[in-house]
Design a protein around this ligand. Structure first.
Ligand code: NAD
Ligand code: UFG
Length: 358
């Protein structure tokens, strides 16, 4: 049991991870500015954990921006004065739309990179040296090998990916492991940092009470298909059917968000138990699914025909991204349990129970 600061914890992945963290008896402070989320997600997440009678000591919320140095420091100080200092930070906060990052690169660098620098500075100041960071498979760009191992070339294709790759380098410098070629590198300055590279997180908690709630038009495949299936959007646009894949549509490694949540718990546990280190892991299933295969799986689950049209490729996309997950299994003993059907069924349950989101 530890006192954790979950930064960006109200968002899609953060809210699901809060449930798994609460179930492990961790005490959580969520720090979020709600720029892409709702406090309702947290109210619901709290009720979905196995812990009864959750008090403000176990689960609390601070509304703030990670770039707000004064407020961020005050949260660390509050818990030091309560004699229960924050022991670790799980860092989800950031902007994540590939398309938007082309339009607002300044904003992406400011929130993602400056925000993380600010957060690390606050942690350093208050002697908190454990962080689990949300990185992304997008940093691999066009991979030179599939499934993609952690030591593959880092070559982002978009500003969002550039910010993630830069933060990864920054964290490596902070841990005293600059330019390491190791998946698990020793930190000689006491830091314990996990850089988790998510592949394509989708699905929702099986209750259908929390899920992915994009503001405006969705960018990602799963929320987009859901909105077509429910009749909010007329048809799915498939971005290219001439990729070098088995059916010509993009192939991704979709991972159920609750499996991903468990992956965070496993990584955190590992950091707590092991010596100071910089750990870099892919979190995916190791299985590739094309856009057409996702569409067919959705049609089966929803029992609806999902109209689609083929349009040109999207800027910044790659043909295929599948994780080599050997290291996550070996080092943190984590393996996803849910398959494509669970992902489609759970995201659809969330969609039909909450047609307008939170
Ligand atoms: P999300 O947008 O749902 O969650 C991010 C949360 O951070 C939101 O609650 C948002 O309000 C908060 N936030 C944003 N800027 C902030 C700021 N300046 N200060 C405080 N809070 C702020 O996104 P998500 O899908 O849950 O992703 C979480 C993390 O995982 C992100 O860093 C994202 O880049 C990364 N990631 C996501 C995916 C994906 O497909 N969802 C894939 C790979 C990596
Ligand atoms: N796609 C469509 N039509 C859509 C949306 C997506 O055909 O309306 C296709 C894409 O071209 C791609 C696949 O569906 O082949 C998946 O696209 P997503 O937008 O759902 O996911 P991405 O792989 O492009 O990117 C996502 C997140 C990134 C994250 C990355 C990690 O958006 O933030 O996964 O691999 F970094």
């Amino acid at each position: 049991m530890a006192r954790l600061l979950v930064v960006g914890g109200a968002g899609f992945i953060g809210s699901h991870t809060c449930i798994s963290l609460l179930n492990l008896n961790h005490k959580i402070i969520v720090y979020d500015n709600f720029s892409n989320s709702s406090p309702r997600a947290l109210e619901r997440a709290k009720n979905l954990s196995n812990i009864k009678n959750i008090t403000a000591d176990i689960f609390s919320l601070k509304k703030g921006d990670i770039r707000d140095e004064i407020y961020l420091n005050s949260v660390f100080e509050e818990y030091i004065s309560k004699k229960e200092p924050i022991e670790a930070v799980i860092h989800f906060a950031g902007l994540k739309s590939v398309q938007e990052s082309f339009i607002k690169p300044n904003h992406y660098w400011d929130v993602n990179v400056n925000g993380t620098i600010n957060l690390i500075k606050a942690m350093q100041k208050h002697n908190c040296k454990v962080m689990v960071f949300s990185s992304s498979a997008t940093i691999y760009g066009y991979p030179d090998k599939v499934p993609i191992p952690e030591l593959a070339t880092i070559n982002p294709l978009n500003p969002y990916g550039n910010t993630k790759a830069t933060i990864e380098n920054f964290l490596s410098d902070i841990a005293g492991c600059s330019n390491t070629k190791l998946i698990k590198a020793t930190s000689n300055n006491g830091w314990k940092i996990a850089r988790l590279r998510y592949f394509n997180p989708v699905g929702a908690h099986q209750s259908g009470l929390i899920g992915e709630d994009p503001k405006g038009m969705p960018n990602n495949l799963f929320p987009y298909i859901n909105q077509v299936a429910i009749g909010k959007i007329k048809s799915l646009q498939i971005f290219g059917d001439n990729w070098p894949t088995h059916d010509g549509t993009g192939v991704r490694d979709y991972i159920h968000v609750m499996d991903l949540a468990e992956g965070h718990c496993a990584a955190l546990e590992n950091l707590f138990l092991e010596k100071p280190q910089l750990l870099t892991l892919n979190l995916g299933t190791g299985k590739g699914t094309s856009v057409i295969q996702v569409l067919k799986a959705f049609e089966k689950i929803t029992d609806k025909k999902i109209p689609y049209e083929i349009v040109s490729r999207r800027n910044g996309d790659s043909a295929i991204a599948i994780a080599d997950v050997t290291m996550a299994k070996k080092i943190i003993n984590w393996k996803p349990k849910k398959g494509l059907e669970d992902m489609c069924r759970d995201s659809w349950r969330w969609q039909i129970s909450n047609p307008s989101g939170y």
